[in-house]
Design a binder for this molecule. Structure first.
Ligand code: HEC
Ligand code: HEC
Length: 228
């Protein structure tokens, strides 16, 4: 900013004070404007990315597919609301590198830089978990709860609410959950560090995949654990 000192010297002192005040105000407004519009200097906020997309523009606005409250679309796009920020960030990283192959999410993730991924992950992690009610009335076999407790609970927690070893699964769309297990069965998704999910999924038959997906989709979402 240029210094308007030559101008000041020609003005009486009280005008000088007014001038400085006006100057400070202009500067402040300029700064707040920059933050509000979240341009490239400060970066887009997580919420702006969620609602209007990142560098890739509106077609990659998360809300279009994941819902305005991060609740998912009840079908192939999962709920993001209330999932751990670290998990969300890791998934975007894995989509970008292809460890988790998916055409749409690859492009979405590649248009976000690492700062934007952190911001949008934090935004969704902080939203209260909510989901769309499942569309199917198909009944869940009573034995499914025991199957879940024996094979999944250790990592995914009681009621599928997640632990430090595995993400929450409750209140995710049944179609989405089944898709993930099928992707692991054929080693398409292979972003779990020690391939624990690969082994777990390959040991399930199609009926078990379907039952576990329906069972988990119907467990209501819970607020995230305070320590995650
Ligand atoms: C055009 C639709 C679409 C848009 C836009 C979109 N997503 Fe997705 N997203 C999906 C689908 C479909 C999946 C599931 C893909 C799969 O099966 O791996 C997904 C999966 C994800 C996952 C994995 C979640 C989990 O539980 O593992 C994350 C994280 C994610 N999206 C974040 C985002 C963010 C952040 C944005 C916006 C910057 C976004 N998505 C925009 C459709 C979309
Ligand atoms: C030894 C730990 C472990 C066990 C046991 C386990 N999982 Fe997982 N699961 C994981 C981890 C870790 C991930 C996340 C991997 C990643 O980073 O993408 C995961 C992810 C998933 C996902 C994808 C979630 C999402 O939002 O995309 C599904 C679905 C899933 N597990 C289902 C199951 C089911 C059903 C069982 C039992 C039959 C099970 N898991 C048992 C560790 C485990």
């Amino acid at each position: 900013m240029h210094t308007p000192s030559s101008l000041h010297e020609r003005r009486p002192p009280k005008f000088r004070a007014l001038w400085l005040a006006a100057c400070a105000l202009t500067l402040m407004t300029a700064c707040t404007d920059r933050m509000a519009t979240s341009d490239d200097r400060f970066g887009r906020s997580g919420e702006v990315i969620a609602m209007s997309g990142g560098e890739g523009g509106a077609r990659y606005a998360c809300a279009t597919c994941h819902g305005v409250r991060g609740e998912g679309n009840g079908f192939d796009a999962p709920r993001l609301a209330g999932l751990p920020a670290g998990y969300l960030q890791k998934q975007m990283q894995d989509y970008a590198t292809g460890l988790r192959p998916h055409e749409v999410m690859r492009d979405v993730a590649r248009f976000l830089d690492s700062h934007e991924r952190v911001r949008v992950a934090n935004h969704y992690a902080a939203l209260p978990p909510q989901a769309l009610p499942g569309a199917t009335q198909e009944t869940v076999a009573p034995s499914t709860a025991a199957l879940y407790a024996a094979k999944c609970q250790q990592c995914h927690g009681a009621e599928g609410a997640g632990t430090e070893l595995g993400p929450p699964l409750n209140a995710q769309p049944a179609f989405y959950l089944a898709q993930q297990m099928q992707d692991w069965q054929v080693a398409k998704r292979r972003n779990d560090g020690n391939h624990e999910m690969l082994k777990v999924a390959q040991a399930l038959n199609p009926g078990e995949v379907r039952q576990l997906s329906l069972y988990l989709a119907r467990i209501p979402s819970r607020p995230p654990r305070p320590d995650r």
